[in-house]
Design a protein around this ligand. Sequence first.
Ligand SMILES: Nc1ncnc2c1ncn2[C@@H]1O[C@H](COP(=O)(O)OP(=O)(O)OP(=O)(O)O)[C@@H](O)[C@H]1O
Length: 595
Amino acid sequence: MNTAPDPSTTDAEPLSARETFKALYAHARPYRWVIALGLLCALVGAAGGLLQPLATKALVDRLASGGTITTVLVSLTALVLVGMVFEALGTYVLERTAHSVVLSARRSLIGRLLRLRLTEVDRIAPGDLMSRVTSDTTLLRAVTTRAVVAGATGAVTFVAAVVMMAFLDAVLLGVTLGALLLVGTGVALVMPRIARATERSQEAVGEISTGLERALGAFRTVKASGAEERETARVQAAAHRAWQHGVKSAKWEAVASSAHELAVQLAFLAVLGVGATRVASGDIPVSTLIAFLLYLFYLMEPVYKLVDAATEYQEGAAAISRITQAERLQAEPPARQPAVPAKPAAVAGPATVRFEDVSFRYRADLADVHHQVGFEVPGAGMTAFVGPSGAGKSTVFALIERFYEVTGGRVLVDGKDVRDWSLPELRSAIGYVEQETPVLAGTLRENLVFAAPDATDDDIRDVLTRAKLDALVERLPEGLETLVGHRGAKLSGGERQRIAIARALLRKPRLLLLDEATSQLDAVNELALRDVVAEVARETTVLVIAHRLSTVINADRIIVMETGRVRSVGTHADLVDRDRLYAQLAATQLLAPAK
Ligand SMILES: Nc1ncnc2c1ncn2[C@@H]1O[C@H](COP(=O)(O)OP(=O)(O)OP(=O)(O)O)[C@@H](O)[C@H]1O
């Protein structure tokens, strides 16, 4: 049996340096051999460059001794060409891999997002989650390849150049390393600031998405409220914050990247001074000083690469921390194969539902919304939930679907705790019409078969008639293939509700949950659908939430809820007699006398 999620594990904690490295490595790991290949190419390319000063020294020596330089010149050219080819090859292999790393990070995040528990999506704005998939992942590109390559080639060529320099003159090397160390210490201090600024900037990018999603998701309300300016200002403020932190990061990056030049120039001046003295005193020949100085300038590139790698790493660290936070959000267990759940073969007929002393709160820091809720729905027939707004009626449905885990007691479907069901199996038995905008962008047909991808045309025709949608489909120029717009914006509220009901019926559920499913229908359509639901209820367990008592008056059983508790259970006639709250509702809505 699964246990309830521990909310503390979902809180975003900053990653330690070690965790950051491990998380980054985990993303690059599947590509390690390709990265190694790209790295090898890059190294061969770099080696070509590394040998150039030596060849130059040979050339100068050869000139000094009056020898011919043709062979040396040809080798020098060959070195340059081979170096270039390998460098290009390495760049391609690595950039390609970089895109693959981003792709696999995106795939895994996308795969996870739609399986997240409701609790997590309640907590984090969808816009922010989206920006982690789209924006943060792109930062992985640089770190998993460019930083690795720059770091590795930088380190190797740095070491190689240092060995060569040691071979030329140890004293000058000491002077060089001293200068580099001085500047390197300063750079190390700057690095964490780049990570911090990048993370803030990425957070602000998340806020941009969140702000846009908020405004575009309630577009009509924004316009009707004259809130365009305010909402625009809100999102622009987030964009400005992203810019501010981006600029801050750019400032530190500029400091870091100019440092490599400072380091080498400093070393150059020192080496020039000390080297000239050593040449003058005859300790080293002038060709050694020339070669050393060439190596020194050659060193500029690996030093630059090392700084670049460190900078990229800091940006990647910022991104990986946000990506890892998203990866750590709690997901529902993955669907068992096949992905589209088969109807449970052994169980057929109406489902039974039982709540045993159910307590529930949406979050650990919130109050209980269910207190020892208990009721039993034995099988086919219609059970209605009524009660004031906020009484916990929709929550009953959410717990049956196991969108959330109970905090106490048990929810049983067919006598089996919902936590013991496989989720796809449990949900495949249920048809659910939720309270709000239950239509998705796409065609009408896509919307109808959304919960029953295998439905036949006959099934669809039948359900269209039952949900009183045939006239609508005939009227639309493209019939079932008509695009319904974002959240079904091109349809009326009542049409959307009928589509949602048709979709749920098409699933041929054993348990049908209708949450205010007919609230927006006109009287004629409501009456017609009440008959359809009554007919379905003959062989299906139907649970209905309704504010209009007229829709539930004939229910087999009415459960009256108030402030998270079941007040009473009975038929309309019973309850009018027995339950004061119900009698009041009946009096106001049905004009029956209150007791
Ligand atoms: N996702 C959520 N996170 C936190 N609290 C929630 C969430 N959904 C609902 N609630 C709270 O739980 C309580 C019960 O909500 P529920 O939607 O079950 O009520 P209801 O009886 O269906 O109300 P209505 O008739 O208005 O739809 C409410 O106080 C509500 O504020």
